[in-house]
Design a protein around this ligand. Structure first.
Ligand SMILES: [Zn+2]
Length: 363
């Protein structure tokens, strides 16, 4: 066993108290062996953390890391126009090498801001997986499926790719990579493909992750076409299971919140992305009171515009004070009170996020 002592840092404990202590880590397993004063003499190596906060790594529950290449691109549009007029055409030009470079940049940004695990949806996933393997972080990866605008053959090929990628890469990078089947959303993937492929993902034991109820424009077409709320539609298609997790959940009604709570399906709250795209604000408090597991995510850098989980922890209480579909007003520097309020949110959401990448957070 090779040990590292992280010395003299301010250590954030699971009960959210902060004490000055050393942290002794088994570098072979990554496990924390002991938290106590004066552990440097017991360690093979030391890292001086004086003046720093020592916390478990953050877990980013919803991201598109390679979108660092599109940061700041088309900054002034709502979701639908932003995707269809700007983002999807630009992504259509991206090569596997572009995705590899974008993922490497994104992972560096995550690591610099304290994130050690991420759930990611993108394309050219083997390139993202290679970047994750080199970076040393943990990730739940998946190929995002979009069938709108495609003929049946291309649509089925996209769904098949997501299934095969999920099967092939689960457990890769010595177990640091897990996977999910990832339809982009309930409005960008046709119901016939969900009916065909969700059971196949279940057979393979693969969870499902998708954007849901992000904007009203994602709700109305499903209500009009199927006479159901989107998460009722998702439940009917077998897409609300305990291992599943949905991004956003902004426009959910009480029935949908109950469905999430009953199913044990987690919601990843992405406040900065929702603010930037004017999507509205998720009813996080109501969801948590109902028993829904809520994690935090940055979404891609193009809709954020950064990948810092500390920024999301700051934005969460800010966004809770904004009104749905109204741009949030938030001073550029958070008050100390907000910082304190953010702490339990970060802690709870990191626990939720850790479940998503199969990594317990120990003391
Ligand atoms: Zn997203």
């Amino acid at each position: 066993m090779t040990t590292l002592a992280i010395t003299d840092g301010q250590v954030l404990r699971p009960d959210l108290t902060v004490t000055t202590a050393d942290v002794l880590v088994d570098q072979d397993t990554g496990e924390i062996r002991e938290i106590a004063p004066e552990l440097a003499a017991d360690a093979d190596e030391t890292l001086d953390a004086a003046g720093s906060l020592v916390t478990p790594g953050f877990v980013n529950g919803h991201c598109h890391v390679a979108m660092t290449l599109l940061r700041g691109y088309a900054d002034d549009k709502p979701l639908d126009a932003w995707l269809q007029e700007d983002i999807w055409p630009a992504e259509g030009e991206m090569t596997p090498e572009d995705v590899r470079i974008g993922a490497e940049l994104g992972l560096l940004e995550l690591i610099k801001s304290g994130t050690t695990a991420v759930a990611d949806m993108y394309f050219h996933v083997p390139e993202v997986a290679a970047a994750v393997e080199n970076a040393g972080v943990r990730a739940r990866l998946g190929h995002g499926i979009v069938t709108v605008g495609k003929d049946d053959e291309a649509a089925r090929e996209d769904a098949q790719t997501s299934l095969e990628i999920a099967r092939e890469y689960d457990g890769a990078a010595d177990g640091r990579i897990s996977t999910a089947f990832k339809p982009h959303s309930l409005t960008t993937v046709g119901g016939e493909y969900l009916e065909e492929f969700i059971p196949k993902a279940r057979e393979a034991g693969i969870p499902v992750h998708y954007h849901a109820n992000e904007t009203e424009a994602e709700v109305t077409p499903i209500v009009e076409e199927h006479g159901q709320r989107p998460l009722e539609y998702a439940a009917e298609h077998g897409m609300l299971e305990p291992e599943d997790f949905v991004a956003h959940g902004v426009h959910v009604d009480d029935r949908e919140i109950d469905l999430l709570a009953e199913a044990g399906t987690a919601v990843i709250h992405c406040p900065a992305s929702n603010m930037k795209l004017g999507s509205g604000m998720a009813p996080v408090q109501r969801m948590r009171e109902a028993g829904v597991t809520v994690g935090l995510g940055t979404d891609g850098a193009a809709s954020n515009n950064d990948l810092s989980m500390l920024d999301e922890a700051r934005d969460r209480p800010c966004s809770a004070n904004s009104r749905p579909t109204t741009p949030a007003r938030c001073p550029p520097r958070p008050s100390s009170r907000w910082r304190l309020e953010a702490a339990p949110t970060r802690s709870a959401s990191s626990r939720a996020g850790s479940r998503l990448v199969r990594r317990p957070i120990s003391p």
